[in-house]
Design a protein around this ligand. Sequence first.
Ligand SMILES: [Zn+2]
Length: 275
Amino acid sequence: METLNKVVENLIHQNGTTSESDGEHCEECGTLIPPLKIFILGKERWVQPVCECYQKKMLQEREVFQNYQKKREVERLFSISDIGERYQEASFNEFVMRKGAENAFKAATHYAENFTAYKLQSLILYGVPGNGKTHLAASVHNHLQKQGKISIFVRMPDLLGKIRATFDKGKQESEEQILKALSICDLLIIDDLGAEKLTDWVEDILYRIIDGRYRMKKPVMATSNLDPELLDGKLGRRIYDRLEEMSQPIENKATSYRREKAKLRTTKFKKFLEE
Ligand SMILES: [Zn+2]
């Protein structure tokens, strides 16, 4: 007991005073902080508490650090996010506006610019292949990344391939890690939803992803070549119900830009042959 008393004595000498003082002024804000009377092992002691502003500052610093850690963790896991070279610099500014794409463009820009206000609200852009849906989704992704948000952009077939690859022993990421990262990022963008062949395994993975987002109260953005009815049929009720509950489908009514470009090339070539 004597030894314990000694330890306490030492602690008090280091961290507090044994008599009442006038208190100390906070180094940050200047507020006078009065000393506090406490009892240690039945002995009355006076200690000098820290200012509230200092506690707040410490909490903020801790939060910044935790956010940083979270970002690093997600970034490490999300070497899986793969926007591809073609869309790496995609932005709303350079979107080629064509007839029928107005609503989809408006919805995507508004979504990106007011992302935090949308909360769980998810967005599905659908329409014929090659009409600019992926460009819009990539623009949302790039916009959010610049705002410091963690956005994950994946093509569904690629993602499934990556999850399958984790079955090989010796891979760094496990299926669980990937699914965890998919559930905690601020926005998950799935490009080309419905393009995958739906086996039991794919359905299970997809449900876990969508349901994981739903449970974490985090949104999903998806592009699809299938309209809601076809997508429902393709993905099955269980998955589509969840998705429908979370999201707003928007049609991009523009025709295929890629096809038009190809047509233009053919016409030019024909002309060239005729000349
Ligand atoms: Zn203070």
